[in-house]
Design a protein. Structure first.
Length: 139
């Protein structure tokens, strides 16, 4: 299958995004959405989905160490359900428990400070989620 996959690292005020190329070979950080509320987030996401011709979406689901749904997990599940009702592309949820930690490690390895660009952590976390998803669907 061909077409871009969009990865979403959802947060309260910032949402990190990553995209594949149309052949689904490379996952790259795309952008960070700065949102006012859920409605604004959905509106901005729909624009990206249309503009980038997204054919599949993967959303990072924060799962706690006890493997139980936290308040944030429930919020992401509800958000995913709303987004799914607005788009005609498949949406997958994937455990993103350590994506932000990995993103921060990547920034440190690049010699960048996490506080310099908070949106960079979100974009890189979305990229980690997307790379994990690509690895799963390739096997």
């Amino acid at each position: 299958m061909e077409g871009r996959i969009l990865a979403i690292d959802p947060g309260g005020r910032r949402i990190g995004l990553a995209l594949t190329d149309p052949l689904r070979i490379i996952a790259s950080p795309y952008k960070t959405l700065w949102v006012r509320d859920e409605e604004d987030a959905l509106k901005q996401l729909l624009e990206v989905i249309v503009d980038q011709e997204v054919v599949e979406i993967v959303i990072g689901l924060p799962i706690n160490t006890q493997r139980q749904d936290s308040t944030q997990t429930k919020r992401v599940r509800a958000f995913t359900k709303r987004l799914q009702s607005m788009v005609d592309v498949p949406i997958a949820l994937i455990d993103e428990s350590f994506s932000s930690v990995e993103a921060e490690r990547m920034l440190h390895n690049m010699g960048k400070k996490v506080g310099d660009d908070k949106g960079a952590v979100d974009r890189l976390a979305a990229t980690v989620i997307l790379e994990q998803y690509l690895a799963e669907i390739r096997h």
